[in-house]
Design a protein around this ligand. Sequence first.
Ligand code: VG1
Ligand code: CO
Length: 547
Amino acid sequence: MTLQSLPTTPFAGQLPGTSGLRKKVTVFQQPRYLENFVQALFDVLHGEHGLATGQTLVLGGDGRFHNRTAVQTILKMAAARGYARVLLGRGGILSTPAASAVIRRHGASGGIILSASHNPGGPDGDFGIKYNAANGGPAPEKLTQAIYERTQALERVQISDAADIAIDMLGMQQIEDTTVEVIDPVEDHATVLRGLFDFDAIRALFARGFRLRYDAMWAVGGPYAKAIIEGELGAPAGTVVHAEPLEDFGGLHPDPNPAYADDLVAHLMAADAPDMGAASDGDADRNMILGRGFLVSPSDSLAVLTAHATKVPGYAQGLKGVARSMPTSTAVDRVAKAMGIACYETPTGWKFFGNLLDAGQVTLCGEESYGTGSDHVREKDGLWAVLFWLNLVAVTGQSVEQLVRGVWKEHGRCVYSRHDYDGIATDKANALMAELRAQLPSLGGSTVAGQQIAWADDFSYTDPVDGSVSQKQGVRVVLEDSSRVVFRLSGTGTEGATLRVYLERHEPDAGRQDIPAQTALAPLIALAEAVARIRHHTGMDAPTVMT
Ligand code: VG1
Ligand code: CO
């Protein structure tokens, strides 16, 4: 084994987005593409000629195509960088929340997670890489920006020429002076979850015949859900379906929403439907919850978990506060206000919750994109959310639907939908946003499509802990009655641009809460078209996906 210093040249566009650097697999397969990014990361973390002496790095991914190849490259680069130890999930596997748990429990200085999350996989699909810091959370913008800048100046990469190591067997191996320890990918995460929920109550629920269908979408959540839900909690075999992680997710889109988890939705709408349905995404940090014949919106899910948190052992002492991403509905704000706890509004992406969680200002967080989590790790956590719901159903005796309707009854329903327009030419998407932003000074106080706009802005966030400012996080158009439309461009796609239009209207009248969301939101949909000229700019008549 010898350490090598290989010449390289910069690649354009290695700028991490909402959650890491995501590109087509074929882009990552270019010689030195991955190496350059990792070299830049290590240069920023340890200094250009610095070593990671004494430090532990966590490594794992969602098992998608190219995961195993990338793992070997990163191990050899970690060895060249002088890490004392790398903790690698067996088979190169670690779900995103599990990686966060491993970093925290083992005092690692950080971790590299190989995932493009909800994006499709396979040789023609997407690949991704993200770095999480010692708190277990996604690198803040300051760090990702520094990594990007370093990628533009690279001349060499440092790597060991050691042979590939065996990654499917637990135990220790050596590359140069670095000890690689292959660990069970489930154990640390399971330990954390066990400490939060009443496993006995959930076990008793299943023993009474409660039926759950957990769809792991052929992604990394399968082994975790199998071990905990079927293994420890005694749910019958077959409760977790599509449980084997496949490199291409069975050719499907591992995104737990009604459009892509349509098989699960069909099962929950059937006459003999189970009591509850759940799904997780590619890296198992997202969750979708369904009751029998009933879809739970992620924003409502956060509100329900907040309202009932003290019924779960891990949160029995109460919540310090809650946080939601800006486009997430204000359902949780209403619950938090009634409970007398703080509610923070952050930009999209879990990295913005990190400081609030570290500072002990919030306990629960959530996003409209099927992400929910707490201070137990520093990522959203799909299995955590499912266990939380199971625990609530077990101890309240209420169904999933009754729990949601309880919140609607008390606080009104925030009728909500997100319309995604995928695959727009980037210049057209940018033109749409530019036109919207140009109208901002005159939108407030004006009437558009018959509706009175109270105010409009481009969301800017000042982190209350470190004072860092993140601008241009989404255009908000808010009506007199607090209804709103939010526009932003996705930061996780790999082809063209995706426009996300978020629609929200508060309905206090219980008699009107069952009007289908698209009908109840029709005036806002018309307003969105009128202010943003979506058809004109995108050439599309309808959204690609509505959730
Ligand atoms: C999307 C979601 C955002 C989420 C991010 C990462 O980002 O909207 O809420 O945090 O994906 O989720 P964007 O920029 O495409 O809107 V995951 O599960 O893909 O890591
Ligand atoms: Co994900």
